[in-house]
Design a protein around this ligand. Structure first.
Ligand SMILES: Cc1cc2nc3c(=O)[nH]c(=O)nc-3n(C[C@H](O)[C@H](O)[C@H](O)COP(=O)(O)O)c2cc1C
Length: 213
């Protein structure tokens, strides 16, 4: 079905994809954005409910307000890291990323899409957000393949994001994604490069026939 080169390309993108925090101001071409959104829309979803929407934000004023919401949350969280100045410095960088990147995409999840009996969602309601996360991962991989950088910001109060972007109360703002070009695409996860966390040994995570922890 796929040539060896095509197969290797998929694994190469999976390995190369990184969470990025610094962006150049250069705009992203509409075609690239559309390709990335198309990748998102091809993601799997529980009962094929396709619960996502994408709010494209290029207005400096709206981006500033989103950055404000994230900064407010960063300051609220800072008390947990009082002894660790690195942590709040990292989180701060991400907020700068929202302002720097020419495009922010808010990905939302509509839990009501498909009615009250979406196939498979009855047992595990959060499968709607899991589906949205699959769409976001597709966007991350597609961005990487397009030579674009993407950063995921998840620290904000949902109510703030709903207010700023006029999102109805029943819709979940799942992610704020900064998208743009960078001249600083990390070779390894930033948190690994900064000795914060390292990748766990895969073999230690694989169990056979029963939980082995
Ligand atoms: C659900 C989710 C939420 C995340 N939220 C944030 C965030 O709020 N701020 C941040 O700096 N990075 C955030 N990240 C990025 C992670 O820190 C990053 O994926 C991780 O350190 C591994 O690095 P890599 O993506 O480059 O492999 C998030 C990632 C995921 C999957």
């Amino acid at each position: 079905m796929f040539t060896n080169d095509e197969k290797e390309a998929v694994y190469k993108v999976i390995a190369a994809r990184r969470d990025v925090r610094s962006f150049l101001p250069d705009p992203v071409q509409d075609e690239a954005v559309y390709s990335i959104l198309k990748a998102a829309h091809q993601a799997p979803s529980v009962g094929f409910m396709q619960p996502w929407n994408f709010i494209l934000v290029t207005s400096e004023e709206v981006k500033d307000r989103l950055a404000w919401a994230a900064d407010k949350e960063r300051r609220a969280l800072a008390i947990h890291y009082e002894d660790d100045s690195r942590s709040s410095a990292f989180m701060n960088l991400k907020i700068e990323g929202i302002k720097e990147a020419p495009l922010t995409i808010c990905v939302t999840c509509d839990p009501t899409r498909g009615g009250s009996h979406v196939l498979g969602r009855n047992s595990i309601p959060e499968t709607d957000r899991m589906s949205t996360a699959c769409a976001i991962q597709n966007m991350w991989l597609a961005s990487c393949a397009e030579g674009l950088a993407m950063g995921w910001v998840s620290f904000y109060k949902k109510a703030d994001i709903r207010d700023i972007l006029h999102i109805p109360p029943h819709i979940e703002p799942v992610a704020l994604l900064s998208l743009g070009y960078t001249n600083d695409y990390p070779k390894k996860p930033i948190l690994e490069a900064e000795n914060w966390e390292s990748r766990k040994e895969l073999d230690s995570l694989i169990y056979t026939d029963r939980w082995e922890g």
